[in-house]
Structures are given as C-alpha cells and as structure tokens.
Design a protein around this ligand. Structure first.
Ligand code: ATP
Ligand code: MG
Length: 210
C-alpha cells in the first residue's frame, strides 16, 4: 500500500463525499482505486445535504440521492453509505463530517477521497488547515484536470498540510453527473455510465426530466 509514514497496522477508512445527483461510475471507480491503492478497510459514501459549493437550483431530494447511492454500492462489500450529512441538514461542511467520523473511527487513519477539481477548491473550504490536520486527502485526476496544477494552486498551504494531500490516477472517465442529467433531459442514453439500478431508479422516479 502507499505509505503515509504512519505506524504499520493502523486501519484506514475512505470517505467519499459528493452530491451524487446521480452517483456514477466515475465515483465508483475512483473510490475502488483509492481503497486498493491505500489499503482501506472500507469506503463510506456520504451524500451531502446541501453542498456549500453548489448553487444549482433543484438538486434532487436527499432521499433520492441517498437511495441511488445505496443501490449503487450494493455490489461492493467494501462500500457503505452514511446519511450523517443528510441527517445533520443545513450546509454540509467536510470538517464537521470528518470530526464526526473521527469520533466513530477513533485511531483510524481517515482519507477523504475527491476528484482533482474538488481539491483545487479546497482553499475555499471551511477551516482547511484544521481539516488537513485530521485527515488525508486523496485527489483523483479526472479528464481535463492536470495533477501538476494541484501543486501550484495549493502552494500557499503550509508544508505539513501539503503532505496530507495524496494524488492518484484513475482510468480516464469523462463522466459527470451534470452530463448524465443533461442526457436524461435530452432523451439520450445513460446506460453504462452508471449502475443499472441507478438508471432504473432515475426513470422510475422521473428524475432530471427538466
Ligand atoms: P456535478 O456534475 O453535478 O458536479 P459530479 O459528477 O462532479 O457532479 P459530485 O457529486 O459533484 O459529482 O462529485 C463528488 C466527488 O467525486 C467530487 O470529489 C468529484 O471531484 C469526484 N468525481 C466526480 N466525477 C468524477 C470522475 N469521473 N472521476 C473522478 N472523480 C470524480
Ligand atoms: Mg462536481
């Protein structure tokens, strides 16, 4: 496993936050790759109640996003879903979630898994220094985002914080929830971009029809 310099035998857990509107194979491939590269015991998917960074109107109801996420992870015994952000309501801040998880998983190493685009926004997050003291970040490259640019953009972070950000390459998957929603609206196929159970849920509940 990739080394973090911590003592051997410390259990690791991955946290995958997102809007998941809807969850897709980009999310799932990224989480699985992080789990294997860093030797995590499991990955917890945490749908956000009201993501602070998203201003898009009409984000699907949390219950829909929760159910889609649950059905998407069902075929991977290392994946689970947590509703802590949805239950907390209001704005979802990663720092609050990480603190809650640290209490539950005391003594474990926490890894917050994100796409490279999300990590570039990290400087705008609430209490980023405190956040990086409490968990590692795994930044996955996705098409259109250069790994090297992460270093430049985060240059003004202290050295010990930068060391907490790990990067990882995932097979290129140009899949985004935005594109899936657009495709549904336009009546184009979404098959193979996301798990079949999620596709069925979208049509059954008539999500993203515009
Ligand atoms: P939207 O298009 O609505 O922004 P999204 O596809 O980016 O949706 P989010 O729920 O915003 O999905 O993303 C949750 C996390 O997953 C973020 O850290 C994001 O960077 C990451 N992510 C999303 N799509 C991919 C992908 N194809 N490959 C790797 N990481 C991804
Ligand atoms: Mg996004």
């Amino acid at each position: 496993f990739k080394d973090t310099g911590q003592k051997k035998g410390t259990k690791r857990i991955g946290l995958m936050g997102g809007t998941f509107d809807p969850i897709h194979h980009g999310h799932l491939v990224t989480a699985e790759e992080a789990r294997c590269q860093f030797g995590m015991e499991k990955v917890i998917f945490i749908p956000a109640a009201m993501p602070p960074h998203k201003t898009r109107k009409g984000i699907s109801h949390p219950q829909h996003r929760l159910e889609m996420t649950q059905s998407a992870v069902r075929t991977n015994s290392y994946f689970t879903v947590s509703d802590i952000e949805i239950k907390r309501e209001g704005l979802s801040y990663t720092i609050d979630t990480v603190q809650e998880m640290r209490e539950i998983y005391a003594g474990w190493e926490l890894f917050f898994i994100t796409g490279a685009d999300a990590v570039l926004e990290i400087l705008t997050w609430k209490n980023v220094i405190g956040l990086l003291e409490q968990c590692y970040f795994v930044a996955a490259t996705r098409p259109g985002f250069k790994l090297e640019s992460i270093g430049d953009k985060l240059d003004n972070l202290p050295e010990n914080c930068l060391a907490r950000i790990k990067t990882m390459e995932v097979p290129a998957l140009a899949i985004s929830s935005t594109e899936i929603r657009r495709r549904v609206r336009e009546g184009r196929p979404i098959k193979y971009l996301l798990p079949e159970a999620v596709e069925e849920y979208i049509y059954q509940k008539r999500l993203y029809q515009g």
